[in-house]
Write a protein that binds this ligand. Structure first.
Ligand SMILES: Cc1ncc(COP(=O)(O)O)c(C=O)c1O
Length: 408
């Protein structure tokens, strides 16, 4: 018999979403006619926009011709298309602050997070925001970069958890953070909806440079930023090119959750302690373990990153952000304190003194609305639930009406 990977064995049972599913099922067994509305998930619901669909169609047609067919991207024509996409990401997404050679196109930011664990291996220390998108912790555990789960603290030993609370505007107080090799930061944040300011990110960059750490910046929600002056990329911050990697994706803004296309930026200046280029090792990891994103998704992305595509993306984002406003106003009207929802599709609602699973259950049973309990994202999420703005506006309005009628 083969021994189980001891690092995977350290993981706690996938608790959050299975438990939400179990509780939904239990409610439906009691009340089979209940029409549940989910404001709990981060999955997109709106159809791909016209120009993107045209881009996808064109590529499918091209792949069906013998002149146009391409396989792996070592083919000259495929390489030229990939270069076109990188140029669009560089010019139209990053306004030229990143050069195309620093962009590695992928099938999404979560798979890139997975490959980044390979890049750094298990001999690194890791800091994560608490609460956080679960991939950063679980991936670090799987690669063996942490200790065991500690049932007293209910956290993994060896991880530096950076508490993000109302008191620190949901951005870590770096004076309390121990030095680690890697620092995971997500802005706009899932789940708190908070966006780091330029000042906060400058402090983070200075902190990372002083400590010779690398920041892994997850910008998957950058397109949801509405207010002017807030940074959409860590590379808007002076000094970030020496200490940061950024992952990003078309999943949420362009509805590519199923199409799959993202990218990672590794700047040329980023080096390991022996002076070797991080970007070169990243190319090696990606070249060894991954054969690129699909040709079809790339052409969808080329269309998405054109002028027309970008204006369609804005419309989709506006649609979700209108939903966010409806949820936020509805909760405000009930006297519930909320955060986020202005520059992010997530609304972080505070229920001080209550357990987030109890609040989840209360909302589920009284209003038949599904949320996500904050405690599922980390200890600092206790007392909060997350509302997601991904959904049909008609469902969102109905959900808010039910909240108003049943939670008074
Ligand atoms: C913070 C964050 N990063 C990354 C992802 C995954 O994105 P992708 O679909 O590009 O893998 C998600 C998805 O929910 C997310 O919330």
């Amino acid at each position: 018999m083969v021994k189980r990977n001891e690092n995977i064995a350290k993981l706690q049972a996938g608790y959050l979403f299975p438990e939400i599913g179990r509780r939904k099922k239990a409610l439906l067994e009691k009340e089979p006619d209940a029409k549940l509305i989910s404001l709990g998930i981060g999955n997109t619901t709106e159809a791909l926009s016209t120009h993107i669909v045209e881009g996808l169609h064109k590529e499918v047609t091209r792949l069906g011709t013998s002149e146009g067919y391409t396989g792996y991207d070592d083919d000259a024509q495929a390489q030229a298309f990939l270069d076109k996409l990188k140029t669009r990401i560089s010019n139209n997404w990053y306004n030229g602050i990143i050069s195309p050679e620093e962009i590695i196109v992928s099938d999404g930011s979560k798979p890139d997070c997975g490959r980044l664990f390979f890049l750094f291996g298990n001999n690194v220390s890791v800091a994560v925001q608490d609460p956080a998108y679960p991939v950063y912790v679980d991936g670090s555990v799987m690669i063996g970069a942490t200790g065991n789960y500690n049932s007293d603290t209910e956290e993994f030993d060896g991880i530096e958890y950076m508490r993000c609370t109302e008191e620190n505007d949901f951005f870590p107080d770096l004076s309390k953070v121990k030095r680690t090799d890697l620092i995971y930061i997500c802005s706009p944040n899932n789940p708190t909806g908070a966006v780091a300011t330029k000042k906060e990110l400058k402090e983070l960059v200075d902190f990372a440079r002083k400590n010779r750490s690398i920041i892994i910046f997850d910008a998957a929600y950058s397109e949801f930023i509405r207010e002017k002056g807030l940074p959409r990329s860590i590379f808007e911050i002076e000094g970030a090119r020496e200490c940061a990697i950024e992952v990003s994706s078309l999943s949420k803004p362009a509805g590519f959750t199923g199409v799959r296309l993202g990218w990672t930026i590794v700047p040329k200046e980023l080096k390991f302690d022996d002076g070797q280029s991080v970007g070169k090792d990243w190319q090696r990891v990606v070249g060894t373990l991954f054969n690129g994103s699909s040709n079809i998704a790339q052409w969808g992305a080329i269309a998405a990153l054109s002028e027309t595509g970008l204006s369609e993306i804005k419309e989709t984002v506006n649609y979700y952000m209108e939903n966010a406003k409806i949820i936020k106003n509805g909760l405000d009207g009930l006297g519930i304190k909320t955060f986020g929802g202005v520059n992010s599709p997530y609304i972080w609602a505070a229920f001080p003194g209550k357990k987030s699973w109890d609040v989840f259950e209360d909302i589920l049973t009284k209003a038949h609305v599904v949320t996500t309990p904050g405690a599922g994202f980390g200890k600092a999420g206790e007392g909060f639930v997350r509302f997601s703005a991904f959904g049909k506006t008609s469902d969102i309005k109905e959900a808010v009406k039910r909240l108003q009628e049943n939670l008074k």
